[in-house]
Design a protein around this ligand. Structure first.
Ligand code: NI
Length: 138
């Protein structure tokens, strides 16, 4: 059974009064139960966001002299062809390359692809930028 942590926090009186009302209206046994439920709600909300469709870019910087790396990166992109829309390769200098991969799919799938590409030996940096596809913004 997990241990129980105790915590205290400061809150302005008007907010405190609203909190008390929420606890009463929600028929919670006590404030702790309400706070626990609120945290669970936030976790579910985050999970839901990870299931949202997103559009984004994954930017990789790597040394093309690393044996087999270019092929492995291409292989991984082919394996995820359903979310990879396009990619652009930039020769930064004699050794280094940047690859910008345009992606669209479930946010967690895109994050997983970025993690996969980042974990390839020889990749010096990988970043992901995601935006909503806009369907839920209107
Ligand atoms: Ni290059």
């Amino acid at each position: 059974m997990p241990g129980v942590m105790r915590l205290s926090f400061s809150i302005e009186q008007p907010l405190w009064e609203r909190l008390e009302r929420l606890v009463q209206e929600g028929h919670y046994a006590n404030r702790s139960e309400f706070i626990r439920d609120m945290i669970r709600d936030r976790l579910v909300e985050r999970e839901w966001k990870e299931n949202e469709e997103a559009v984004g870019t994954i930017t990789l910087v790597y040394n093309h002299h690393t044996r087999g790396l270019s092929e492995r990166l291409t292989h991984t992109q082919h394996h995820h062809h359903e979310v990879v829309l396009a990619s652009t390769h930039i020769h930064l200098d004699e050794d280094l390359c940047a690859e910008i991969v345009v992606v669209r799919g479930l946010a967690r799938t895109l994050q997983s692809l970025a993690n996969h590409l980042r974990s390839e030996k020889g990749v010096l940096h990988a970043s992901i930028s995601m935006s909503s596809t806009g369907e839920r913004l209107a």
